[in-house]
Design a protein around this ligand. Structure first.
Ligand SMILES: *[C@@H]1O[C@H](CO)[C@@H](O)[C@H](O)[C@H]1NC(C)=O
Ligand SMILES: *[C@@H]1O[C@H](CO)[C@@H](O)[C@H](O)[C@H]1NC(C)=O
Ligand SMILES: *[C@@H]1O[C@H](CO)[C@@H](O)[C@H](O)[C@H]1NC(C)=O
Ligand SMILES: *[C@@H]1O[C@H](CO)[C@@H](O)[C@H](O)[C@H]1NC(C)=O
Ligand SMILES: *[C@@H]1O[C@H](CO)[C@@H](O)[C@H](O)[C@H]1NC(C)=O
Ligand SMILES: *[C@@H]1O[C@H](CO)[C@@H](O)[C@H](O)[C@H]1NC(C)=O
Ligand SMILES: *[C@@H]1O[C@H](CO)[C@@H](O)[C@H](O)[C@H]1NC(C)=O
Ligand SMILES: *[C@@H]1O[C@H](CO)[C@@H](O)[C@H](O)[C@H]1NC(C)=O
Ligand SMILES: *[C@@H]1O[C@H](CO)[C@@H](O)[C@H](O)[C@H]1NC(C)=O
Ligand SMILES: *[C@@H]1O[C@H](CO)[C@@H](O)[C@H](O)[C@H]1NC(C)=O
Ligand SMILES: *[C@@H]1O[C@H](CO)[C@@H](O)[C@H](O)[C@H]1NC(C)=O
Ligand SMILES: *[C@@H]1O[C@H](CO)[C@@H](O)[C@H](O)[C@H]1NC(C)=O
Length: 501
């Protein structure tokens, strides 16, 4: 105990001598010594040299150099409380790359931050480095980064990186979190370096070109600590993985898996099976899944909250494989090739908030059990071949519903004219449905804030009631075409950009 104390004291004194100050042993020493740690001079100089090489947009680093002690008020700099070494550098830029959208990465247009000065390598104890949205033009930038061998957190997302990820990345063997997303000109020829990062829990490489990294599945399957894996739009394909792979009980803790927007085939299923116990989030949308979704694949995925298999070519999903998901909140099976009746027993999915089955070939009735989904906010079954009558009973429990899309099916709606739904919709689409009695739906009058309304081709043969024109103030989009609507339409030109009658 005493020995430790003396060692600490010695370090502090040494530090203070190096830093050229003697104010270290302040009165609060012992109770809050973090106040008294002085920045290590060599590291201070390194930071200042680094700053000189930066195009400091908006003076975000003006605090650097304002005080002697880089550990106290330099923006984005944190020092170790025990050694005084700079351990954390968070220089993420507030300026974002232009043109980035959710699903498609636009060609990067990040603002050049400058050239990274080699002096920064003086920060040998750095364990946290965030340079996201900063673009450095050093030719060997990525190799330089791998010199920070103590890094546990590295964020180079949206950094305008290009070229090939060097194999030296395997030297960053302490990494827990690595974020390279949004660097669309970056590629990896293989992911062998990843297998040298056994502590990795969080990996995000969305948009990085991995089309040549055919070993990706093999490598990520063997990362023992991986919890979060996001490889969206990476040009991934599935090649037959070696069968022995599935005997290894690694990355059993994977809970977040986003492999959307790739060319992944159904050969991925056995791999999913291995992770089923821990999966919470699974997004395989925009891939090349075909045939049947094997029913045992997610049988054990009792923690699943988000399941997105939309935009594939799946033909069959065994209803049983979707049951017992007590926690499932999002189910998206849109834009597949599903046919037959909807046989899912929705009573087994009590947490469901968003259900999308649109753009398939489903037929038959919408099961009444959908009415059990009292937490539902989005119900989209549009563009199928569903038929039958939708009654108030279907919608009775939907007090949280925001978006309802029954379009492009052959539904008949039978709602009483006095119906007062328990929900307030944002979006209602009933195109090609048959409304009750060919009357303009009176219940719409109960909706306080709809923004998007499509009741085109809905067999309406009626006059539009006056209250509708008052309500239409709030609407952003209305489509009433292909109906037999008669009577006066007030001048709406001041309310809508385009009016067609
Ligand atoms: C130590 O000092 C820092 C900086 O003044 C302060 O933010 C922090 O709350 C203090 N911690 C303790 C444990 O007193
Ligand atoms: C140093 O101690 C302060 C106060 O206890 C704490 O807020 C801060 O996170 C610590 N810094 C590091 C790098 O551990
Ligand atoms: C990086 O950009 C700076 C100007 O912003 C320029 O002076 C320097 O030569 C460039 N370095 C490289 C390696 O292109
Ligand atoms: C990396 O930085 C980006 C942008 O600043 C941020 O959105 C993202 O959450 C960070 N990644 C991790 C893993 O913290
Ligand atoms: C870093 O990686 C290179 C190439 O993979 C290797 O030669 C070198 O020894 C590694 N350095 C350390 C410190 O591990
Ligand atoms: C990915 O890299 C390969 C060559 O390695 C190239 O042919 C392909 O066009 C790249 N894909 C994208 C989306 O840039
Ligand atoms: C692998 O996991 C299964 C089920 O979780 C378990 O029964 C088995 O003993 C594990 N095998 C090894 C080698 O750990
Ligand atoms: C969809 O399924 C039908 C058979 O039900 C098949 O003929 C067709 O080729 C499939 N389309 C795609 C894109 O998979
Ligand atoms: C699938 O539906 C969910 C829930 O509405 C939504 O968040 C997600 O973006 C959809 N997926 C695609 C690919 O549009
Ligand atoms: C609505 O919820 C109640 C209570 O949970 C339930 O008894 C009833 O069956 C539900 N209605 C429908 C149409 O499922
Ligand atoms: C509509 O529902 C009412 C009872 O709610 C029923 O009497 C009537 O027959 C139904 N109409 C059609 C066309 O199904
Ligand atoms: C209108 O709906 C009917 C089915 O009710 C459908 O056959 C027809 O194609 C639809 N017309 C338009 C213009 O959408």
């Amino acid at each position: 105990m005493g020995g430790c104390f003396h060692e600490l004291l010695l370090k502090l004194v040494l530090v203070s001598i190096v830093a050229g100050t003697v104010s270290v042993l302040g009165s609060s020493f012992g109770t809050n010594y973090s106040n008294n740690i002085r920045c290590i001079e060599k590291e201070r100089q390194a930071l200042l040299k680094f700053k000189q090489g930066l195009e400091d947009e908006g003076g975000s680093l003006s605090s650097w150099g304002s005080t002697e002690d880089c550990c106290i008020s330099w923006k984005g700099v944190r020092c170790s409380n025990s050694t005084g070494h700079v351990v954390m550098l968070d220089l993420h830029s507030e300026e974002t790359c232009l043109g980035y959208t959710q699903r498609r990465f636009a060609p990067q247009a990040c603002i050049l931050s400058g050239e990274m000065n080699n002096a920064l390598l003086e920060l040998k104890y750095l364990n946290y480095l965030d340079l996201s949205f900063r673009y450095f033009n050093n030719t060997n930038f990525l190799e330089l980064i791998t010199s920070f061998s103590n890094l546990r957190y590295l964020n180079l997302s949206y950094g305008g990186l290009s070229g090939t990820i060097p194999s030296q990345f395997g030297n960053l063997s302490n990494l827990i979190s690595l974020d390279l997303r949004g660097n669309t000109d970056l590629e990896a020829k293989n992911l062998d370096w990843l297998s040298h990062l056994p502590s990795l829990r969080h990996l995000d490489m969305d948009g990085v070109n991995l089309s040549k990294a055919v070993d990706w599945l093999q490598v990520v399957n063997m990362l023992p600590s991986l919890q979060h894996l996001s490889l969206r739009e990476c040009g991934l394909s599935t090649v037959t993985p070696p069968p022995t792979l599935f005997n290894i009980n690694s990355s059993a803790s994977l809970s977040f898996l986003d492999l959307s927007d790739n060319q992944i085939t159904s050969m991925i299923f056995p791999s999913l099976l291995r992770h089923a116990n821990s999966l919470v989030f699974l997004d395989l949308s925009f891939n090349d899944l075909r045939g049947s979704f094997p029913h045992h694949t997610l049988e054990k995925a009792i923690s699943l909250v988000h399941l997105d298999l939309s935009y594939n070519h799946l033909e069959r999903i065994v209803p049983k494989s979707l049951e017992n998901f007590q926690s499932l909140q999002v189910l998206n099976l849109s834009s597949n090739n599903l046919s037959g009746e909807v046989l899912i027993d929705f009573a087994k999915l009590p947490s469901l908030k968003e259900l999308r089955l649109s753009n398939n070939h489903l037929n038959g009735n919408l099961p009444l059990s959908v009415g059990k989904l009292s937490k539902l906010e989005v119900l989209d079954v549009s563009s199928n071949s569903l038929d039958g009558t939708i009654t108030q009973a279907h919608l009775l429990n939907f007090s949280l519903l925001k978006e309802l899309d029954f379009s492009y099916n052959s539904f008949s709606l039978n709602f009483s004219s006095a119906w007062v739904p328990t929900f307030q919709l944002d979006t209602l689409k009933l195109s090609s449905c048959k409304v009750s009695g060919s009357k303009f739906p009176q219940w719409l009058q109960t909706q306080k804030k709809p923004r998007h309304l499509d009741i085109s081709n809905a067999s309406i043969s009626d006059t539009i009631p006056n209250w509708f024109w008052d309500m239409s103030y709030k609407l952003r989009y209305v489509n009433l075409s292909y109906n037999q609507i008669n009577g006066m339409v007030p001048d709406l030109s001041s309310r809508f950009v385009g009016v067609r009658r």
